[in-house]
Design a protein around this ligand. Structure first.
Ligand code: 13P
Ligand code: SF4
Length: 354
Protein backbone atom coordinates (compact mmCIF):
# COMPACT_ATOMS: atom_id res chain seq x y z
CA UNK A 1 0.00 0.00 0.00
CA UNK A 2 1.32 3.48 -0.79
CA UNK A 3 2.55 5.16 2.36
CA UNK A 4 0.80 8.23 3.78
CA UNK A 5 2.68 11.27 2.34
CA UNK A 6 2.28 13.21 5.56
CA UNK A 7 3.92 10.44 7.60
CA UNK A 8 6.65 10.03 4.99
CA UNK A 9 7.45 13.71 5.30
CA UNK A 10 7.47 13.56 9.12
CA UNK A 11 9.82 10.58 9.12
CA UNK A 12 12.10 12.32 6.64
CA UNK A 13 12.16 15.54 8.68
CA UNK A 14 12.83 13.76 11.99
CA UNK A 15 15.60 11.71 10.45
CA UNK A 16 17.16 14.81 8.95
CA UNK A 17 17.02 16.59 12.31
CA UNK A 18 18.79 13.64 13.96
CA UNK A 19 21.48 13.56 11.26
CA UNK A 20 24.51 11.45 12.22
CA UNK A 21 23.01 10.76 15.63
CA UNK A 22 20.79 8.06 14.17
CA UNK A 23 21.58 4.93 12.19
CA UNK A 24 18.60 3.01 10.82
CA UNK A 25 18.94 -0.70 10.07
CA UNK A 26 16.22 -2.56 8.14
CA UNK A 27 15.75 -6.31 7.70
CA UNK A 28 14.64 -7.45 4.25
CA UNK A 29 11.24 -8.53 5.66
CA UNK A 30 10.28 -4.99 6.62
CA UNK A 31 7.46 -3.14 4.89
CA UNK A 32 8.35 -0.90 1.91
CA UNK A 33 7.10 2.14 3.85
CA UNK A 34 9.74 1.42 6.51
CA UNK A 35 12.61 0.05 4.45
CA UNK A 36 12.79 3.30 2.45
CA UNK A 37 14.24 4.96 5.58
CA UNK A 38 16.91 2.33 6.28
CA UNK A 39 20.54 3.39 5.97
CA UNK A 40 21.50 -0.26 5.61
CA UNK A 41 19.31 -3.21 4.64
CA UNK A 42 20.29 -6.83 4.98
CA UNK A 43 19.74 -10.35 6.19
CA UNK A 44 20.32 -11.04 9.84
CA UNK A 45 24.02 -11.78 9.34
CA UNK A 46 24.71 -8.58 7.44
CA UNK A 47 22.78 -6.51 9.96
CA UNK A 48 24.68 -8.06 12.88
CA UNK A 49 27.97 -7.34 11.13
CA UNK A 50 27.01 -3.79 10.19
CA UNK A 51 25.37 -2.79 13.48
CA UNK A 52 28.67 -1.39 14.76
CA UNK A 53 29.49 0.37 11.48
CA UNK A 54 28.54 3.85 12.75
CA UNK A 55 30.16 4.31 16.16
CA UNK A 56 29.29 8.02 16.05
CA UNK A 57 25.55 7.28 16.00
CA UNK A 58 23.99 7.63 19.44
CA UNK A 59 20.84 5.78 18.39
CA UNK A 60 20.52 2.63 16.34
CA UNK A 61 16.93 2.26 15.23
CA UNK A 62 16.43 -1.40 14.41
CA UNK A 63 13.62 -2.07 11.98
CA UNK A 64 13.35 -5.81 12.48
CA UNK A 65 12.49 -8.04 15.42
CA UNK A 66 13.51 -8.19 19.08
CA UNK A 67 16.35 -10.74 18.84
CA UNK A 68 18.01 -8.67 16.11
CA UNK A 69 17.88 -5.53 18.25
CA UNK A 70 19.34 -7.48 21.20
CA UNK A 71 22.19 -8.70 19.00
CA UNK A 72 22.85 -5.15 17.82
CA UNK A 73 23.00 -4.00 21.44
CA UNK A 74 25.45 -6.77 22.29
CA UNK A 75 27.70 -5.92 19.35
CA UNK A 76 27.78 -2.14 19.79
CA UNK A 77 29.38 0.07 22.40
CA UNK A 78 27.66 0.85 25.71
CA UNK A 79 26.92 4.45 24.79
CA UNK A 80 25.07 3.50 21.62
CA UNK A 81 21.39 2.95 22.30
CA UNK A 82 19.46 0.40 20.29
CA UNK A 83 15.78 1.18 19.74
CA UNK A 84 13.03 -1.15 18.49
CA UNK A 85 10.11 0.92 17.10
CA UNK A 86 7.51 -1.55 18.47
CA UNK A 87 8.41 -3.60 21.53
CA UNK A 88 5.85 -6.23 20.52
CA UNK A 89 7.90 -7.14 17.43
CA UNK A 90 9.14 -10.50 18.68
CA UNK A 91 9.72 -13.78 16.84
CA UNK A 92 7.60 -16.84 17.50
CA UNK A 93 10.57 -19.09 16.74
CA UNK A 94 12.87 -17.35 19.21
CA UNK A 95 10.13 -17.71 21.85
CA UNK A 96 10.19 -21.50 21.39
CA UNK A 97 13.40 -21.84 23.42
CA UNK A 98 13.48 -20.32 26.91
CA UNK A 99 16.53 -20.19 29.17
CA UNK A 100 14.88 -22.58 31.66
CA UNK A 101 14.05 -25.14 28.98
CA UNK A 102 17.55 -25.05 27.56
CA UNK A 103 19.14 -25.43 31.02
CA UNK A 104 16.88 -28.45 31.57
CA UNK A 105 17.95 -29.88 28.22
CA UNK A 106 21.60 -29.54 29.21
CA UNK A 107 20.82 -31.52 32.38
CA UNK A 108 19.26 -34.24 30.23
CA UNK A 109 22.39 -34.36 28.05
CA UNK A 110 24.55 -34.49 31.18
CA UNK A 111 22.48 -37.38 32.59
CA UNK A 112 22.90 -39.24 29.31
CA UNK A 113 26.65 -38.77 29.70
CA UNK A 114 27.11 -36.83 26.46
CA UNK A 115 27.17 -33.14 27.48
CA UNK A 116 30.96 -33.02 27.16
CA UNK A 117 30.78 -34.08 23.52
CA UNK A 118 28.05 -31.59 22.62
CA UNK A 119 28.69 -28.16 21.08
CA UNK A 120 25.67 -25.82 21.03
CA UNK A 121 25.00 -23.97 17.78
CA UNK A 122 22.22 -21.42 18.11
CA UNK A 123 20.46 -19.71 15.27
CA UNK A 124 20.54 -15.93 15.42
CA UNK A 125 16.74 -16.18 15.88
CA UNK A 126 17.02 -16.73 19.63
CA UNK A 127 16.95 -14.60 22.76
CA UNK A 128 20.11 -13.10 24.28
CA UNK A 129 19.74 -15.67 27.11
CA UNK A 130 20.06 -18.53 24.65
CA UNK A 131 23.03 -16.87 22.99
CA UNK A 132 24.64 -16.52 26.44
CA UNK A 133 24.02 -20.21 27.16
CA UNK A 134 25.68 -20.98 23.84
CA UNK A 135 28.72 -18.84 24.59
CA UNK A 136 29.07 -20.31 28.07
CA UNK A 137 29.11 -23.85 26.70
CA UNK A 138 31.71 -23.24 24.01
CA UNK A 139 29.28 -22.85 21.12
CA UNK A 140 28.61 -20.40 18.33
CA UNK A 141 25.73 -18.51 16.77
CA UNK A 142 24.85 -19.01 13.12
CA UNK A 143 22.51 -17.43 10.63
CA UNK A 144 20.93 -18.92 7.55
CA UNK A 145 23.85 -17.64 5.49
CA UNK A 146 26.64 -19.32 7.49
CA UNK A 147 25.01 -22.38 9.07
CA UNK A 148 27.27 -24.82 7.20
CA UNK A 149 30.41 -23.00 8.27
CA UNK A 150 29.15 -22.91 11.85
CA UNK A 151 28.49 -26.67 11.82
CA UNK A 152 31.90 -27.37 10.24
CA UNK A 153 33.47 -25.40 13.07
CA UNK A 154 31.33 -27.08 15.74
CA UNK A 155 32.22 -30.59 14.56
CA UNK A 156 35.89 -29.65 14.88
CA UNK A 157 35.23 -28.82 18.54
CA UNK A 158 33.08 -31.82 19.47
CA UNK A 159 31.28 -34.91 18.23
CA UNK A 160 27.68 -33.74 18.52
CA UNK A 161 25.75 -30.53 18.01
CA UNK A 162 22.76 -29.23 19.93
CA UNK A 163 21.06 -27.00 17.36
CA UNK A 164 18.69 -24.31 18.70
CA UNK A 165 15.90 -23.37 18.13
CA UNK A 166 15.07 -24.03 14.44
CA UNK A 167 14.89 -27.74 13.75
CA UNK A 168 14.46 -27.09 10.02
CA UNK A 169 17.59 -25.00 9.49
CA UNK A 170 19.51 -27.54 11.58
CA UNK A 171 18.21 -30.54 9.67
CA UNK A 172 18.46 -28.92 6.25
CA UNK A 173 22.05 -27.88 6.82
CA UNK A 174 23.08 -31.26 8.25
CA UNK A 175 21.49 -33.25 5.44
CA UNK A 176 21.89 -30.94 2.43
CA UNK A 177 25.29 -29.44 3.16
CA UNK A 178 27.06 -31.79 5.55
CA UNK A 179 26.19 -35.18 4.06
CA UNK A 180 24.47 -36.46 7.19
CA UNK A 181 21.38 -38.63 7.05
CA UNK A 182 17.98 -37.95 8.57
CA UNK A 183 18.76 -40.75 11.04
CA UNK A 184 21.73 -38.77 12.37
CA UNK A 185 19.22 -36.18 13.64
CA UNK A 186 16.90 -36.44 16.64
CA UNK A 187 14.37 -33.86 17.80
CA UNK A 188 14.41 -32.69 21.40
CA UNK A 189 10.92 -31.68 22.51
CA UNK A 190 11.13 -29.31 25.50
CA UNK A 191 7.53 -30.10 26.43
CA UNK A 192 8.23 -33.78 27.07
CA UNK A 193 10.19 -35.40 29.90
CA UNK A 194 13.80 -35.91 28.77
CA UNK A 195 12.91 -34.17 25.54
CA UNK A 196 10.96 -37.26 24.50
CA UNK A 197 14.24 -39.09 23.86
CA UNK A 198 15.97 -42.06 25.47
CA UNK A 199 19.61 -41.86 26.57
CA UNK A 200 20.42 -44.37 23.77
CA UNK A 201 18.82 -42.16 21.13
CA UNK A 202 20.79 -39.17 22.40
CA UNK A 203 24.04 -41.12 22.39
CA UNK A 204 23.48 -42.33 18.82
CA UNK A 205 22.59 -38.90 17.41
CA UNK A 206 25.00 -36.46 15.77
CA UNK A 207 22.55 -33.58 15.57
CA UNK A 208 20.18 -32.89 18.45
CA UNK A 209 17.60 -30.53 16.99
CA UNK A 210 15.49 -28.33 19.21
CA UNK A 211 11.79 -28.61 18.40
CA UNK A 212 11.30 -25.05 17.15
CA UNK A 213 10.21 -23.69 13.80
CA UNK A 214 9.22 -20.51 12.01
CA UNK A 215 5.47 -20.01 11.92
CA UNK A 216 5.73 -18.39 8.47
CA UNK A 217 8.21 -20.64 6.64
CA UNK A 218 6.78 -23.74 8.31
CA UNK A 219 3.61 -23.23 6.28
CA UNK A 220 5.14 -23.84 2.87
CA UNK A 221 4.49 -27.46 1.92
CA UNK A 222 5.50 -30.01 -0.66
CA UNK A 223 2.11 -29.32 -2.27
CA UNK A 224 3.09 -25.64 -2.60
CA UNK A 225 6.11 -26.71 -4.64
CA UNK A 226 4.26 -29.28 -6.75
CA UNK A 227 1.38 -26.88 -7.46
CA UNK A 228 3.61 -24.03 -8.62
CA UNK A 229 5.60 -26.36 -10.88
CA UNK A 230 2.36 -27.44 -12.48
CA UNK A 231 1.05 -23.89 -12.82
CA UNK A 232 4.27 -22.33 -14.15
CA UNK A 233 6.26 -24.71 -16.35
CA UNK A 234 10.00 -24.10 -16.11
CA UNK A 235 9.72 -22.22 -12.82
CA UNK A 236 12.77 -22.11 -10.50
CA UNK A 237 11.79 -22.78 -6.91
CA UNK A 238 13.92 -20.83 -4.43
CA UNK A 239 13.24 -21.17 -0.70
CA UNK A 240 14.63 -20.10 2.66
CA UNK A 241 16.26 -22.88 4.77
CA UNK A 242 13.70 -22.30 7.55
CA UNK A 243 11.28 -24.28 5.35
CA UNK A 244 10.58 -27.94 6.15
CA UNK A 245 13.05 -30.53 4.87
CA UNK A 246 10.66 -31.92 2.26
CA UNK A 247 10.17 -28.42 0.82
CA UNK A 248 13.88 -27.72 0.72
CA UNK A 249 14.54 -31.15 -0.84
CA UNK A 250 12.02 -30.39 -3.61
CA UNK A 251 13.32 -26.85 -4.28
CA UNK A 252 15.92 -25.89 -6.88
CA UNK A 253 17.78 -23.37 -4.73
CA UNK A 254 17.96 -22.69 -1.01
CA UNK A 255 19.38 -19.70 0.82
CA UNK A 256 19.09 -16.73 3.15
CA UNK A 257 17.25 -13.55 2.22
CA UNK A 258 20.49 -11.98 1.00
CA UNK A 259 21.16 -15.08 -1.14
CA UNK A 260 17.65 -14.88 -2.59
CA UNK A 261 18.17 -11.26 -3.64
CA UNK A 262 21.56 -12.02 -5.23
CA UNK A 263 20.14 -15.02 -7.09
CA UNK A 264 17.39 -12.89 -8.59
CA UNK A 265 19.81 -10.10 -9.50
CA UNK A 266 21.86 -12.67 -11.44
CA UNK A 267 18.82 -14.37 -13.04
CA UNK A 268 18.41 -13.97 -16.80
CA UNK A 269 15.54 -12.00 -18.32
CA UNK A 270 12.59 -14.24 -19.09
CA UNK A 271 13.28 -16.58 -16.16
CA UNK A 272 10.49 -17.55 -13.77
CA UNK A 273 10.82 -17.85 -10.03
CA UNK A 274 8.66 -19.00 -7.13
CA UNK A 275 10.01 -17.75 -3.83
CA UNK A 276 9.36 -19.33 -0.44
CA UNK A 277 10.10 -16.64 2.10
CA UNK A 278 8.37 -13.69 3.78
CA UNK A 279 5.86 -11.84 1.62
CA UNK A 280 7.10 -8.24 2.00
CA UNK A 281 10.42 -9.28 0.48
CA UNK A 282 8.86 -11.37 -2.28
CA UNK A 283 6.53 -8.54 -3.31
CA UNK A 284 9.36 -6.03 -3.35
CA UNK A 285 11.48 -8.34 -5.50
CA UNK A 286 8.58 -9.07 -7.87
CA UNK A 287 8.07 -5.32 -8.41
CA UNK A 288 11.76 -4.60 -8.72
CA UNK A 289 12.50 -7.26 -11.31
CA UNK A 290 9.29 -7.17 -13.38
CA UNK A 291 10.65 -4.41 -15.68
CA UNK A 292 13.63 -6.68 -16.46
CA UNK A 293 11.24 -9.41 -17.60
CA UNK A 294 11.80 -11.69 -14.58
CA UNK A 295 8.58 -13.25 -13.38
CA UNK A 296 8.56 -13.66 -9.60
CA UNK A 297 5.69 -15.21 -7.66
CA UNK A 298 5.07 -16.09 -4.00
CA UNK A 299 5.46 -19.84 -3.53
CA UNK A 300 2.12 -20.28 -1.75
CA UNK A 301 -0.59 -17.63 -1.68
CA UNK A 302 -2.12 -19.06 1.51
CA UNK A 303 0.98 -18.12 3.53
CA UNK A 304 0.95 -14.60 5.01
CA UNK A 305 3.33 -11.91 6.20
CA UNK A 306 5.45 -12.38 9.29
CA UNK A 307 3.06 -10.62 11.66
CA UNK A 308 5.78 -9.50 14.06
CA UNK A 309 8.07 -8.09 11.35
CA UNK A 310 4.99 -6.23 10.12
CA UNK A 311 4.43 -4.58 13.48
CA UNK A 312 7.11 -2.07 12.58
CA UNK A 313 5.07 0.23 10.38
CA UNK A 314 5.45 3.84 9.33
CA UNK A 315 3.46 5.29 12.29
CA UNK A 316 5.75 3.46 14.75
CA UNK A 317 8.84 4.60 12.89
CA UNK A 318 7.64 8.22 12.82
CA UNK A 319 6.86 8.13 16.55
CA UNK A 320 10.30 6.66 17.26
CA UNK A 321 12.26 9.13 15.14
CA UNK A 322 10.29 12.14 16.38
CA UNK A 323 10.72 11.05 20.01
CA UNK A 324 14.48 10.64 19.55
CA UNK A 325 14.69 13.97 17.73
CA UNK A 326 13.02 15.60 20.76
CA UNK A 327 15.52 13.94 23.09
CA UNK A 328 13.17 11.23 24.42
CA UNK A 329 14.78 7.83 24.40
CA UNK A 330 11.95 5.36 23.76
CA UNK A 331 11.79 1.57 23.37
CA UNK A 332 15.42 0.95 24.23
CA UNK A 333 16.60 -2.67 24.02
CA UNK A 334 19.31 -3.29 26.55
CA UNK A 335 20.79 -6.67 27.40
CA UNK A 336 22.12 -7.01 30.96
CA UNK A 337 25.90 -7.07 31.35
CA UNK A 338 26.41 -10.71 32.33
CA UNK A 339 24.17 -12.05 29.57
CA UNK A 340 25.84 -9.69 27.15
CA UNK A 341 29.36 -10.92 27.94
CA UNK A 342 28.58 -14.59 27.20
CA UNK A 343 26.28 -13.84 24.26
CA UNK A 344 29.01 -11.68 22.76
CA UNK A 345 31.46 -14.55 23.00
CA UNK A 346 29.11 -16.70 20.91
CA UNK A 347 28.38 -13.92 18.40
CA UNK A 348 32.07 -13.15 18.00
CA UNK A 349 32.77 -16.80 17.30
CA UNK A 350 30.25 -16.52 14.46
CA UNK A 351 31.79 -13.32 13.13
CA UNK A 352 35.21 -15.04 13.14
CA UNK A 353 34.03 -18.09 11.16
CA UNK A 354 36.14 -18.55 8.02
P1 13P B 1 17.82 -14.17 7.17
O1 13P B 1 17.63 -12.72 7.02
O2 13P B 1 19.08 -14.48 7.89
O3 13P B 1 17.72 -14.91 5.90
O4 13P B 1 16.70 -14.71 8.17
C1 13P B 1 15.39 -14.55 7.93
C2 13P B 1 14.56 -14.58 9.12
O5 13P B 1 13.63 -15.31 9.24
C3 13P B 1 14.80 -13.65 10.14
O6 13P B 1 13.82 -13.81 11.05
FE1 SF4 C 1 10.68 -15.23 13.31
FE2 SF4 C 1 9.79 -16.52 11.15
FE3 SF4 C 1 9.17 -13.98 11.50
FE4 SF4 C 1 11.69 -14.67 10.88
S1 SF4 C 1 9.87 -14.91 9.59
S2 SF4 C 1 11.03 -13.19 12.45
S3 SF4 C 1 11.84 -16.62 12.00
S4 SF4 C 1 8.53 -15.70 12.83
Amino acid sequence: SPSDPDLVERARAAKEKLGNKVFVLGHHYQRDEVIQFADVTGDSFKLARDAAARPEAEYIVFCGVHFMAESADILTSDDQKVVLPDLAAGCSMADMATAEQVAECWDVLTEAGIAEQVVPVSYMNSSADIKAFTGKHGGTICTSSNAKRALDWAFEQGEKVLFLPDQHLGRNTAVRDMGMSLEDCVVYNPHKPNGGLTAEELRAAKMILWRGHCSVHGRFSLDSVNDVRERIPGVNVLVHPECKHEVVAAADYVGSTEYIIKALEAAPAGSKWAIGTELNLVRRLANRFAPEGKEIVFLDKTVCFCSTMNRIDLPHLVWTLESLAEGNLVNRIEVDKETEAFAKLALERMLALP
